[in-house]
Design a protein around this ligand. Structure first.
Ligand SMILES: Cc1cc2nc3c(=O)[nH]c(=O)nc-3n(C[C@H](O)[C@H](O)[C@H](O)COP(=O)(O)OP(=O)(O)OC[C@H]3O[C@@H](n4cnc5c(N)ncnc54)[C@H](O)[C@@H]3O)c2cc1C
Ligand SMILES: NC(=O)c1ccc[n+]([C@@H]2O[C@H](COP(=O)([O-])OP(=O)(O)OC[C@H]3O[C@@H](n4cnc5c(N)ncnc54)[C@H](O)[C@@H]3O)[C@@H](O)[C@H]2O)c1
Length: 488
């Protein structure tokens, strides 16, 4: 303490004055959604202030897509070494350094990080403040030593791992997607609770890196996808050694570090490490949404225009509920540029959003699944076009023949496509284009695909639409026979 301080001065401890900022747009959260919006808006001339309380790049870069795909790549490399036999390459049991695989993960993050960095955004003219934001009224947010008044606010605070209140869970160490990529000691036996995309991607990466893996799933694993397509992936995972227990709700957890048991309705499963991957919760707790009149339940309530119940505030990405993907957060960011910068209406569509799960084989979807299409349009209106990978020459050459494509067509237009198989995530892009532009199936059938590519499966599926119409049609046959008679 300063010995010169008088007792009076000690009583009146002064709060440091808050710096007032006025800005066109305040973006809260520097993840996929917030950064997409901030990059576009600032480069188009808006005055943008961006708040980030934790790491620039958000979940996708630091704890989500990027690290998970990097670990999957390490697993793929190990698996290729075990499976060379059919190519005449002697298989070997790879010596895996789990810690070095994790170093690869961190190098990948470091390589991509500059794209999402504070410096890059400051270069665009964005004012970046590394603090958590909190509403104090309808258009004012406080963040650290700043009070920011904005004409418009974009909430892009994302989501965090949902950890259910399972009895005993608090007493054992467990991983989530926020910690697993920093784990350097190899789990001898990883128990994964949750058979969604996080659980299954991590399960396969770990089994390939030499861990024993058990997945405990309360319902159906990969249950958001078409069950026939999901089964292609689950069959392969099981063949690679992943133990998948379905219909097994985790009810209690016991044990200690290195020896954890998950008690389920189907029995008890023990391992050395536990990963909780049972879904997400929107990051809204810090925002003081009530002060701004922003209604929410588990996520922020928005309409198709992504506006909240406070008309000056938009919510985009994971925090807005709905599809929780990086490309959706980016799409939301681009969508709200129109109303915020130009005062023009804009709506976010959901019917053309693709997604992929990056297991091997991959699982990808855009639009309606077969069951959803039948529910929406009726059984008689939906034609399901199918084509298997094992009839694709490139798939045969590569030894990647598991899987199929299904395309759901109503009145000549695709309403959904599902692909399970090699590079499904790449192949679904074509169908995302078709759905986004409401193209007819004929557009894909007319495309000339290079030979031999996996992409030919899309053309061959589209071609199936014409099989009954052209090849199994008596009228066509009669016309051809007649024309052949009269042609000179
Ligand atoms: C393991 C895993 C793998 C995934 N793989 C894929 C994939 O392959 N493909 C895909 O498309 N999606 C994937 N996802 C989903 C994807 O990561 C998210 O959909 C995406 O990150 C959402 O972006 P966002 O901008 O909404 O939120 P986030 O990326 O989560 O960013 C939100 C940011 O806001 C910050 N923040 C929160 N509250 C405040 C506050 N009050 N003030 C200031 N800042 C705040 C957070 O610190 C965070 O940085 C994966 C997710 C996980 C967990
Ligand atoms: N490739 C990708 O694009 C990708 C990859 C990973 C994550 N993500 C995103 O992250 C989101 C979250 O992924 P996720 O896998 O955590 O969630 P999820 O909601 O997709 O799956 C969670 C699974 O856990 C099960 N579950 C819930 N409570 C359980 C319990 N007590 N016991 C046993 N099982 C239980 C559920 O039945 C469900 O199948 C995804 O929906 C997706 O939007 C995307």
């Amino acid at each position: 303490m300063n010995m010169q301080t008088t007792p009076d001065e000690m009583l009146t401890v002064k709060e440091p004055a808050m710096e007032e900022i006025k800005t066109d747009v305040l973006v809260i959260g520097a993840g996929s959604g917030g950064l997409s919006f901030a990059a576009g808006a600032s480069q188009m001339g808006a005055d943008v202030t961006l708040l980030e309380g934790h790491k620039m790049g958000g979940d996708c870069l630091n704890f989500g897509c990027v690290p998970s795909k990097a670990l999957i790549a390490a697993g793929k490399q190990a698996q290729a070494m075990r499976t060379g036999q059919k190519f005449g390459v002697t298989p070997v049991m790879p010596e895996v350094s789990y810690a070095e695989a994790k170093q690869h993960v961190h190098k990948v993050i470091e390589t991509i990080a500059p794209v999402d960095s504070q410096e890059r955004f400051e270069g665009f003219g964005v004012r970046v403040i590394r603090e958590y934001g909190r509403f104090v009224d309808k258009d004012t947010v406080e963040a650290g030593a700043y009070r920011i008044k904005a004409r418009r606010v974009v909430i892009a605070t994302g989501s965090s791992p949902f950890v259910p209140p399972i009895p005993g869970l608090d007493d054992v160490p467990y991983e989530t997607n926020e910690t697993i990529f920093d784990l350097m000691e190899q789990p001898a036996h990883l128990i994964v609770v949750g058979g969604g995309p996080i659980g299954m991607e991590m399960a396969q990466a770990h089994v390939r890196l030499g861990c024993k893996v058990t997945v405990i799933e309360g319902g159906k694993a990969l249950g958001k996808d078409d069950p026939e397509m999901a089964e292609v992936v689950l069959k392969r995972l099981r063949a690679e050694g992943v133990e998948i227990i379905e219909g097994a709700q985790a009810e209690r957890v016991s044990g200690a570090a290195g020896a954890v048991t998950v008690h389920t309705s189907q029995g008890d499963y023990s391992g050395t490490h536990l990963l909780m991957a049972v879904g997400r919760k929107a990051n809204i707790d810090r925002l003081n949404l009530d002060a701004a009149g922003i209604k929410h339940d588990r996520a922020i309530r928005v309409g198709a225009d992504l506006r909240t119940t406070n008309k000056k505030v938009y919510a985009i990405g994971d925090v807005a509920g709905g599809f929780q993907f990086t490309h959706v957060a980016g799409y939301h960011g681009a969508t709200v540029i129109r109303p915020i910068l130009f005062g023009l209406p804009a709506k976010a569509r959901t019917d053309h959003i693709p997604w992929a799960t990056y297991t091997e084989p991959e699982l990808a979807q855009v639009g309606l699944t077969e069951a959803q299409a039948i529910k929406a349009h009726g059984k008689h209106a939906v034609e399901v076009l199918r084509f298997p990978y094992h009839e694709n020459d490139r798939a045969i050459a590569e030894g990647k023949t598991e899987g199929l494509i299904k395309v759901m067509v109503v009145k000549g237009r695709p309403v959904g496509a599902s692909i399970a198989g090699e590079k499904a995530g790449e192949l679904i892009g074509l169908w995302a284009l078709v759905l986004a532009n409401k193209l007819k199936i004929g557009a894909v059938a007319a495309m000339v695909a290079p030979y031999p590519t996996l992409g030919e499966i899309s053309k061959r599926a589209a071609g199936q639409y014409y099989v009954p119409r052209l090849f199994e049609n008596e009228t066509v046959k009669r016309v051809v026979r007649f024309v052949q008679k009269v042609l000179p």
